[in-house]
Design a protein around this ligand. Structure first.
Ligand SMILES: [Zn+2]
Length: 222
């Protein structure tokens, strides 16, 4: 009896030590690590096909003449950045006044792809401040009542897309802001803390300024 109890006590201690070793600080992308890039759904009918064609022909007329690698800034002028509910279909999305970063990134990806530019979906985590994220929580909730799954304390989940500009080099387009994201944004307000590039090539590597990105893996940036 005594020996049994003693060995059980010992086991408990060992388990406690193991648990404390395993209890690491969560990564900045922890909350979103299993999220996939947002998708625009297709009814499989003409309604959505026409909507998709509208997007690419609109891009052609808006950016006609400029380089194929020019960011489609017109998307942000056409659609406000705000809450979107998913699933969202092509035929609905093009009629919206407001789209979220995931839907805008999906549009930008479609536009680049239609231009023949190799594009990849990008997921990001950015650091703002608790004050800013609280403000978003209250303003977005007022308009839609959606729970803000994309906020975690002072961090926000964001989406964009990357385009190939060389053999392995990429640039990252923020479709909601309408600019190319600076790979070295420091530690301040709005700085990038983690990124994931989705590609069908598992383990492929891409160079983004000073960063080496491995496809389909979350990576800390700062
Ligand atoms: Zn449709």
């Amino acid at each position: 009896m005594y020996l049994d109890a003693a060995s059980k006590a010992k086991e408990t201690i060992v388990m406690e030590i193991d648990a404390s070793v395993l209890r690491k600080t969560p990564e900045v992308y922890e909350k979103w690590k299993d999220w996939q890039p947002s998708q625009i759904s297709h009814h499989g009918r003409m309604c959505c096909e026409i909507a998709r064609e509208w997007l690419t022909s609109q891009d052609f007329s808006e950016s006609g003449g400029s380089s194929l690698q020019t960011g489609p800034r017109w998307l942000r002028q056409r659609f406000n950045w705000g809450a979107s509910s998913f699933p969202i279909y092509w035929c609905e999305a093009v009629r919206k006044k407001t789209l979220d970063c995931g839907a805008l990134a999906a549009f930008a990806h479609e536009v680049f792809t239609a231009r023949g530019v190799k594009s990849y979906r990008i997921q990001l985590v950015q650091k703002f401040s608790q004050v800013a994220t609280n403000q978003w929580t209250s303003s977005w909730n007022e308009s839609d009542g959606l729970p803000l799954r994309w906020i975690d304390k002072d961090l926000i989940y964001h989406e964009g897309c990357a385009i190939a500009v060389g053999e392995r080099e990429v640039k990252v387009w923020d479709a909601s802001a309408g600019w190319w994201i600076n790979a070295n944004s420091g530690n301040g307000y709005g700085s990038l803390t983690a990124i994931r590039l989705s590609a069908s090539d598992v383990g492929a590597t891409f160079d983004w300024e000073t960063h080496r990105l491995v496809s389909n893996q979350w990576q800390k940036i700062s």
